[in-house]
Ligand binder design. Sequence first.
Ligand code: NAD
Length: 287
Amino acid sequence: MTKIGFIGLGIMGGPMAANLVKAGFEVTGYNRSRAKVDRLVDAGGEGAASVAGAVRDADVVITMLPDSPDVQAVVLGEDGVLANAKPGALLIDCSTIRPDVSRAIAGRMRALDAPVSGGEQGAIDGNLSIMVGGAAEDFEAAKDILDAVGGTVVHVGAAGAGQTVKAANQLIVAGTIELVAESLVFLEAHGVDTDAAIKVLSGGLAGNRILDRKAAAMVQREFTPGFRVELHHKDLGIVQAAAREAGVVIPLGAAVAQLMASLNAQGHGALDHGALIELVAQLSGRE
Ligand code: NAD
């Protein structure tokens, strides 16, 4: 049996760890706040009181943390994963972080970058899209674990490649949310029945998952995360830096990055990213 140490049991990591337990893996979890560890224990996992406690006996360590500095500290820091895991243990970092940080970590230990897409519901359903960078043999070794939390699991290249694909994902998602937000405010301003509009738009070329999954909550101005504005703001920083590094110009991406930054700067970082609609309404003098 593969023993898994799981660090970061938040919105995404909590249900992912629970699904690994359901799939028959022995999972020991650690999170900074104890309540989230207790939730894993309720789901049939083991709880640990430190990173060291979660990874000491693990064959595979999964991290699902907010940002690059968190992953650097937890993996490379003193009393971190590298200092405490068994030699040869495989790290699967599912966090969305900078590709260069993923590459640096892969230079220090056996590691895959395996960021995910699909949101909280995808994590609960075990149906995430997982874009994996790293060595082909490590991908093969991790496949059963990734299949237990993912529906679409694809090896996209060497270390860091998973993060680059995830950055493209975040560019598409942010841009699409912004266009859906602008369309909804536009429809509201014209007094059109937004439910009817969403239904018919979904059936045509404008149909997309944001319209299917997020538009109704955006119309209701219901912004319980989901995916927090502060995390998407972080991701658009990664996108802009990576685009600049490659000499690629992303005018619409830059515009949506500024809008997300504004929402964050106005103190809305803890809201779901669907809150972009509030900003569009505000810019239109409608709030
Ligand atoms: P979250 O804030 O809900 O979860 C992160 C967890 O890590 C928290 O429970 C926090 O307490 C814990 N944590 C932070 N630092 C820690 C440390 N040093 N030691 C132990 N625990 C620590 O965030 P989330 O929404 O689950 O996102 C996690 C990652 O997944 C982010 O990189 C995010 O960009 C990415 N992501 C999120 C979604 C989504 O829809 N929420 C979707 C895809 C990818």
